[in-house]
Design a protein around this ligand. Structure first.
Ligand code: ZN
Length: 496
């Protein structure tokens, strides 16, 4: 590849991204040959004027459901439909020509009465029993299906007691959601993958952790793995099965992902130490301690890093103490990771520190559901709401936090994630801009041996970086989310 010379920019690096460290750079075969101030342009080089942009190492997203993000993007969005009448009218109006009505972001307010009478399969069957109608809730942990979709789901689950009036939750939901790709045309899936790749690039993301597959099927892991081989986007796959054999076969160093130790707060199936504020009820763990222990043992025996989904304080206590037990008794040298860790007790935080576990956070959860009148407060009460997503506390304790989105639960958008960290609803948990940038730039590469491990933009590193028209350090934190990525280069090539 031709020698490239980049000039006229303000080059920034960790740990203090506010300092301008270099303004010119030489790149060959995708790697940085040299950075410096006013480097001369070699005669043979192709010169690229970056027009005074601020240049940062590219972002990562440490928790995506990659294929699902693409499928969701190509499906109907129910965000704006808050009453049953509006929702049913929208479905009827869009059903005419298509056999498939796949929709996402159904408001959690449809989950149970009394706020809105829930939509059931009977409402959907009145519209059509022939079309395949599937409405996924906004937390991606439950859906409402009509007769045709239930018929298909029955063939996957091989039983018919998995739904209540069409509502499918928990493990059954995960199983059918992870098999949905079988029902979708190949061209639709390829289009879905291209769509999410484009989103990543437009948001400055060059590397993702993709949580794919399930204990029932490795197919989405295979599909996404093949896609990463061809794409400029770099990705590591966590196969969401307790069985390590497929990742071993693929030569991956990691397994797990959203293997659900519990559910979500919105759908009230995250397991808590005290009941939910609004229903006075509680939820059990989705895996018992012995099951979790066996998964951890299997992963550590295989020498693989394990990621487990854990949200409620009860679940965080169990998962973190089992991680700690493994670290103390088996000494594998592998740091496992906890996905979400939304409501951690002090005990769970201590266990994370002593087990050296990584925490995979989704700061946008606080942006969407935090605050004294947000979803967390409704479900948990104000005191526990303030204890959710304690980013500053965790960072102060020296815990490594890797930023992600859990896309499609929240969008792939590190700028929004950083905004959420700067503007946390609980002001005690707000973090400074350098820390927030590190969560989305350097930390995701520390979790795994990464193809882009060197985010320092020094000699020998990948020439993978984002450009901004505006210096992020000159933007007020309340407006941070409005910053746009001007360009993304991966291996010296412009992809956005
Ligand atoms: Zn997830």
């Amino acid at each position: 590849m031709k020698l490239k010379y980049f000039y006229n920019f303000s080059g920034r690096c960790s740990p203090d991204f506010s300092l301008s460290r270099f303004d010119s750079m030489l790149v060959k075969d995708g790697k940085i040959l040299a950075t410096g101030r006013q480097l001369p342009c070699p005669e043979a080089a192709l010169a690229n004027d970056l027009e005074g942009a601020v240049l940062l190492p590219a972002f990562s997203d440490a928790h995506t459901h990659f294929l699902q993000t693409g499928i969701t993007a190509l499906s109907f969005d129910l965000t704006d439909y808050s009453t049953p009448a509006d929702l049913l009218e929208f479905i009827s109006a869009n059903l005419l020509s298509k056999k498939l009505f796949l929709a996402y972001n159904l408001s959690s307010s449809f989950f149970s009465p009394p706020k809105n009478p829930p939509i059931t399969k009977f409402h959907l069957d009145k519209i059509s029993t022939k079309h395949f109608i599937w409405l996924t809730f906004d937390n991606m942990h439950a859906a409402i299906l009509n007769e045709a979709a239930i018929k298909w789901a029955t063939s996957i689950l091989k039983r018919d007691d998995f739904h209540i009036e069409g509502k499918v939750t928990g493990k059954d939901y995960m199983q059918i959601a992870n098999n949905l790709h079988d029902y979708l045309p190949k061209s639709f899936l390829q289009n879905a993958l291209k769509t999410v790749e484009k989103t990543c690039f437009s948001k400055g993301v060059a590397y993702v952790h993709a949580m794919e597959g399930s204990s029932f099927s490795n197919m989405t892991s295979k599909i996404v793995g093949e896609f990463f081989k061809k794409s400029k986007l770099k990705g590591s796959i966590y196969n969401q099965s307790p069985d390590p054999s497929f990742p071993i076969k693929m030569g991956w160093k990691q397994m797990g992902g959203c293997i659900l130790a519990d559910g979500a707060i919105g759908s009230r199936d995250a397991a808590l130490n005290s009941p939910y504020e609004d229903t006075k009820e509680n939820a059990p763990l989705m895996l018992c301690a012995d099951e979790i222990k066996n998964i951890i043992k299997a992963a550590s025996k295989a020498g693989l890093q394990l990621a487990l989904h854990s949200i409620g304080d009860k679940t965080n206590d169990v998962v973190s103490s089992l991680y700690n037990w493994t670290a103390q008794t088996h000494n594998t040298g592998i740091s496992n990771r906890i996905e979400h860790f939304i409501l951690p007790s002090n005990k769970a935080i201590r266990n994370v520190i002593s087990s050296k576990a990584f925490i995979s956070i989704q700061p946008s959860f606080d942006y969407f559901w935090g605050g004294s009148d947000g979803l967390y407060a409704q479900r948990l009460g104000k005191t526990r709401e303030r204890a959710c997503n304690p980013f500053k506390t965790l960072l102060n304790m020296g815990i490594s936090l890797a930023g992600g989105s859990d896309s499609p639960v929240t969008p792939i958008d590190p700028v929004l994630g950083i905004h959420a960290m700067l503007n946390h609803h609980n002001s005690d948990e707000q973090v400074d801009l350098n820390s927030a940038l590190n969560v989305f730039i350097t930390e995701p590469h520390k979790i795994l041996p990464s193809p882009l491990a060197d985010t320092e933009l020094k000699e020998g590193a990948d020439a993978t970086f984002t450009l901004f028209d505006i210096d992020p350090f000159l933007v007020s934190s309340s407006l941070f989310k409005d910053i746009e990525v001007k360009a993304l280069y991966i291996g010296g090539e412009k992809v956005y």
